[in-house]
Design a protein around this ligand. Structure first.
Ligand code: TRP
Length: 332
């Protein structure tokens, strides 16, 4: 049984369909066969300016949406990063072996700091991938399910783990990325060349997981389509390919089955069936999400329990790390 770790930033009150299809859905199936740690990485959201008034609520909402997506807190360890101080402690050790060169090469850092002048770029943004490495290595996890955009961070994490092992002795498994196949990347409804994105200013680019049925129908009927009439996955049909991927993920049929089912039918039929499949899929999510947030005491209990399990596992690692780097007094 491998140990799996993944994290999600609490940046919005609910996830959108792309987050579910591209990430949470895989987490849910990984928990069937692995020992999983799923973490709301609230400290990572401090790498860009944040609102202290909403931070904690957002983290809870994110945890609730993971449970509503099918993460079972009885089976997996679900917790908030800031409640396990070992993440920041390990992060310091890793900071001391990370290199300016490798951190400066991170494209996410370059993208996010592009608008700031050198002197004003936040150090947290720079160290982001080191904290991320600490998240995973604190549990000596083997497998890290992430989106395609995190590939480079994973590579850095592997280099850091390997450097630590070579310098101080075998301590960490070098974690492997688990990146879902290309079709799982969900694109914007209004522009299939761009990722479905919560920070976009175009509200119809995405479906929120708690969108009401009428909104879902409106967004799907307004989604752009490609020229031609055929319902087929193809390079030159990015919009229909994206809608097929969504339909397949929420409706349970494969893309090939859907292509057969809709052979000879038009975009209109296809879109209205997709909208209904999506409504049916989102209904239980919305109900469960609201139910969880209506009982904050129960959610607290779950998160406390998760933090206890996580802390114990991370403490175990830190004992080994402190010893390896030479911080243990000989007499103890
Ligand atoms: N950087 C990841 C993202 O933006 C979130 C994250 C933080 C993470 N720590 C992690 C993912 C550890 C996997 C493992 O999606």
């Amino acid at each position: 049984m491998s140990r799996v770790f993944s994290g999600v930033k609490p940046t919005a009150d609910v996830p959108h369909l792309g987050n579910y299809i591209g990430a949470f859905r895989h987490w849910v199936s990984l928990q069937e066969q692995h020992e999983c740690f799923f973490c709301v990485v609230d400290l990572h959201s401090l790498t860009v300016p944040w609102d202290p008034k909403t931070l904690s609520l957002r983290s809870r909402q994110t945890a609730a949406s993971l449970i509503a997506s099918g993460i079972d807190p009885e089976r997996s360890t679900l917790f908030l990063q800031s409640e396990v101080p070992e993440h920041t402690e390990l992060s310091w050790f890793l900071t001391c072996i990370a290199r300016m060169g490798e951190l400066s090469r991170m494209t996410q850092f370059k993208d996010k700091s592009r608008n700031d002048k050198g002197e004003a770029i936040g150090t947290g943004l720079y160290m982001y991938p080191v904290l991320m490495a600490a998240d995973v290595l604190a549990y000596r996890a083997d497998l890290v399910p992430v989106g395609d955009d995190q590939r480079q961070h994973l590579e850095l994490m592997r280099n850091i783990a390997d450097r630590f092992n070579r310098t101080f002795g075998e301590t960490f498994p070098v974690p492997a990325p688990f990146i879902a196949e290309a079709g799982a990347r969900i694109m914007s409804l209004d522009d299939p060349s761009r990722k479905m994105d919560k920070s976009s200013s175009r509200p119809n680019n995405l479906v929120w997981m708690n969108d009401k049925p009428d909104i879902v129908r409106k967004k799907i009927s307004g989604a752009v389509t490609d020229s031609g009439t055929e319902i087929k996955r193809a390079e030159d049909k990015p919009a229909i390919s994206n809608l097929l991927a969504i339909y397949s993920a929420v409706g349970g049929s494969s893309v090939e089955q859907l292509e057969q089912e809709y052979a000879g039918k038009g975009y209109g039929d296809f879109k209205s069936d997709l909208a209904e499949a999506l409504v049916e899929f989102l209904d239980p999510f919305r109900a469960r999400y609201e139910e969880i947030l209506d009982d904050p005491a129960q959610l607290d209990k779950l998160l406390d329990g998760g933090a206890d399990v996580a802390r114990e596992a991370a403490r175990e690692t830190m004992k080994i790390v402190r010893e390896a780097v030479g911080l243990r007094r000989p007499s103890r």
